[in-house]
Design a protein around this ligand. Structure first.
Ligand code: IMP
Length: 179
């Protein structure tokens, strides 16, 4: 699929904007309950998690702070296998309750790398919340503490997720087809 022209793809809606909002409200309630009023710091993984972050933050009933981290591992529809930090945090996470917000966990390489790196910075707690999870694509085990939707091994776009930097603006999540 890596030869797909991002401008000429075909796609089919998997989750509508309404499906996504409903699920996020439930996730927000679950996270708020677990926090029991304690403050939390969200670390949003750029760029795919931005919409998810904005919506999830508004459904949390506890004090929330936010930072961003930039990670790159994909080109087209294939993982390059190498993870690198393109933009580090601007705040210290030591002693904080941290939840990493990711758009999708695929092979697990990105999150395995990122969670290990963040753990070394001594947060009080460190959890992962992923909008989407593709367990069938997993190469490295990763504990997903909160998950929006589990999907099969397919490439998806929209609601922050891209194909070569396109289609993030779609308000829904769609499955990509080869043309
Ligand atoms: P992993 O390291 O293979 O788990 O990949 C994680 C990253 O790959 C995600 O943060 C996404 O940026 C990207 N990715 C994996 N699957 C998809 C997909 O279906 N659509 C868009 N991006 C994806």
């Amino acid at each position: 699929m890596s030869s797909i022209d991002p401008e000429k793809i075909k796609f089919k809606t998997l989750y509508s904007a309404e499906d996504i909002q409903k699920r996020i409200e439930t996730l927000g309630a679950e996270i708020s309950k677990d926090l029991q009023g304690e403050p939390v710091m969200f670390i949003s993984v750029l760029k795919g998690a931005i919409m998810f972050t904005a919506d999830l933050m508004r459904s949390i009933k506890a004090p929330v702070t936010l930072d961003f981290i930039g990670v790159a591992s994909y080109q087209g529809t294939t993982s390059t296998g190498t993870v690198r930090i393109t933009n580090d945090l601007s705040t210290d996470i030591r002693g904080k309750n941290v939840i990493v917000l990711e758009d999708i966990v695929d092979t697990g390489r990105t999150l395995d790398y990122l969670l290990r790196m963040l753990k070394q910075r001594n947060p009080k707690t460190l959890k992962l919340c992923a909008l989407l999870n593709k367990p069938a694509a997993r190469e490295i085990p990763v504990q997903v503490d909160y998950c929006g939707f589990e999907i099969s091994n397919q490439f998806v776009i929209g609601y922050g997720l891209d194909l070569d930097q396109r289609w993030r603006e779609l308000p829904f999540i769609a499955q990509v087809y080869e043309t």
